[in-house]
Design a protein around this ligand. Sequence first.
Ligand SMILES: [Zn+2]
Length: 484
Amino acid sequence: MNEKRPLLLHNARLVVPGQATRAELPAGAVLIDGDRIAAVLTDRAEIAAATAAERIDLAGRIVMPGLINAHHHAYGNVLRGTENALPLEQWALYTVAYGRSLTPAALRLAVLIGAAEMMRAGVTTVLDHFPYVRVAEAMLGAYEESGMRAGFAPFIHDRFDHDILGVALPEDVRRAWEGAGPLPSDEVEQRIRALVGAWQGRAGRIRILLGPNAPQRCSPELLALWRRLAVELDLHVHTHLLETLPQARHGRSTAPGGTVGEMDRLGLLNERLSVAHAVWTLDSERELLARRGVTVVHNPTSNFMLGSGVMPLADYRRHGIAVALGTDSANSGGRLNMFDVMRTALMLPRPVLPSRDWPEAGAIFDMATSGGARALGLAAETGQIARGMKADLVVVDGGGATMVALAPNLVGLVQHAGPEAVSAVMVDGRWVYRDGRVLAFDEAAVLAEFKSITAEITRAAQADVALATRTVPMFERLYERNDS
Ligand SMILES: [Zn+2]
């Protein structure tokens, strides 16, 4: 599976940093040594003279940096087909009900099923925001096995939405949801320290982040732990932020500067923080995010599916805020297809903006690559085809039905490419997917194993799913229209 080194990918079109949206992609070659890009060559004589142990001719192909899915919950990959026709707070009842029935074996399969889908769609790096810190090792082991680059952000939280949003639950329902209750903060700290000690940098591909579920879902004690651990363990942080209108109403009613103002007061906003969604920020909150260098992760397909709202992308860009893109969960966004996410992000602002303010395809492509790398703290490692960067590369075949008519440029890639055009994927200089086959692990065995446990997952979740169905109406008033 591993090629001779140095390896030269030549005769391709390259997506290089600073590529203008409509300009033709330059022809050239990428020289790979070990796990990194040793040179990017566009001069014919230099390419002919390059010393390589293996040369691969990519005539008619595009080589682009691997896409980065900067917000994802992999456990949801085995919950596809469960409830997703409800707003977030009610949807979450089901995802929690199913999620807590998943065994370590099921979680491993969730990661690998997601990895197979993402590799086929040209994704080389994913940021997994993971709720169940108790079983994090199963997930991390699966990421190591997957061949992908992964940021792993285990949840920190000790507050429930029903309390935060003032939903009165009958005592037995409340007890059933709260179960054994959240972990005490010293135990959370101990577990995160252990994960960082054992997994930070593993295989050159695993990166641990802090993953507070959302600021309002953390007690003052956990907010202090968040701030302290990020510094002491030198970690980037990833959290949900203002995904829905009820969350925004709560934030504005409890803190004068809203949720973001409160985070700033607590010293939580900085360049190492990325926030998923940020659909319902006030302009003053966007200004603060800009001033502190926070990255916003836009999840347009998930926001559509759950009816959460439309993130004001143009406002974020006007403030100069770094934006990344994510799929969110497979059971909230539908697919882990970053081409879909790019196309949706491209189109979504159009109905309400003059055309001069529409985002360009090049800007959207940057969000899905270098923007994601920034969110993970990997901007110097991945997200661009440049000398010294990790060789995380995707080969796109421009000759198929969806792309044959196109000039080779970013407009074509963002508007027309999809998983069917991806012919090979390399992570860390190693081919993980090529010509229709996942090379990093046995995909067929993973799918077969999953089929053998689906009935078991449904059975294990049955009582909690019934509880979710009983609880849904209790959350309904959150979305009554008359008090928005
Ligand atoms: Zn999420």
